[in-house]
Design a protein around this ligand. Structure first.
Ligand SMILES: [Zn+2]
Length: 273
């Protein structure tokens, strides 16, 4: 840490004081945030709450509120306390896709046990044609990618000829992800406009992120959504942004501190699809 001493005019000083009084933020945090904005650091940072292995092992007690997730970025995905549906954060609005098939704005105070959030600012745009399946989408995205060793955020828009997705059902007890997905809701829609929100996480991050591609779907009318399982489309528009900065927030809850998190979650995650 470094100490900074400098003089500041009355005008900006008063604005700063007013801001801190109003929000309760510390002066140094406001400076750090302003510097990050100036140097565009925030835009390249993925903030992640907890880890994929913790989620798989049933550490599903929410501990960061949606309100706080939205302060960290405008784009991302996750789940809610006790696997209560699938979360989609798009254009700063957080949606909760529930296991009864409904999609609602997630209440600010609801907490999440696992979330990936960033500020999305596309640095590259392309279109892809004739997407025949989830496997085919991954293969087409692979061709676009310069390296598999860096995180990438994807926003994919278009008319989906078919899109299949799932929503987890809330459980009252800590449960392994594979057990929860046995009772998940699966929906299959045809000819629906929508958006895929998602990330590529490098192989070496398994245990931390959801290794490989991970997408959540939200229909344009925001009435349907969930964790993507399969799709087909004639043409899709891809926006992407490379992310070189991962900020990991670990829960200090007893279930997290006591869990055995030494297993590789890759197999369990594949099984839960
Ligand atoms: Zn998911």
């Amino acid at each position: 840490m470094h100490e900074l001493n400098f003089r500041i005019e009355d005008g900006p000083w008063n604005i700063l004081q007013e801001h801190c009084d109003k929000t309760g933020e510390r002066l140094e945090d406001v400076f750090s945030a302003a510097l990050a904005d100036f140097f565009d650091i925030k835009h390249h940072t993925i903030y992640q709450i907890s880890t994929s292995v913790a989620l798989v092992e049933g550490v599903i007690e929410g501990y960061v509120a949606v309100r706080d997730i939205c302060r960290l970025g405008d784009f991302g995905l996750g789940t809610f306390d006790g696997f209560d549906g699938e979360g989609i954060l798009l254009d700063g609005i957080c949606w909760q896709a529930c296991s009864d098939g409904s999609v609602n704005r997630a209440p600010d105070e609801i907490k999440t046990p696992f979330w990936v959030v960033t500020n999305f600012k596309a640095t590259e745009r392309r279109s892809i044609n004739k997407v025949s399946s989830w496997g085919n989408l991954k293969a087409q995205l692979d061709k676009m990618c310069l390296s598999k060793n860096i995180f990438v955020a994807y926003r994919i828009n278009g008319l989906f000829e078919r899109v299949k997705f799932r929503s987890l059902a809330k459980t009252r007890f800590p449960m392994h992800l594979v057990t929860v997905t046995d009772s998940q809701l699966e929906l299959d829609l045809t000819n629906v406009y929508g958006t895929l929100v998602g990330f590529w996480s490098p192989q070496f991050s398994r245990g931390i992120g959801i290794n490989g591609y991970h997408f959540h779907f939200l229909s344009e009318d925001c009435k349907h959504g969930g964790h993507l399982l399969d799709l087909s489309a004639e043409k899709l528009d891809i926006s992407l942004q490379i992310k070189n900065n991962l900020y990991l927030v670990l829960p200090e809850t007893l279930p997290f501190l006591r869990a055995n998190l030494n297993n590789d979650p890759t197999l369990a995650l594949a099984k839960s699809e």
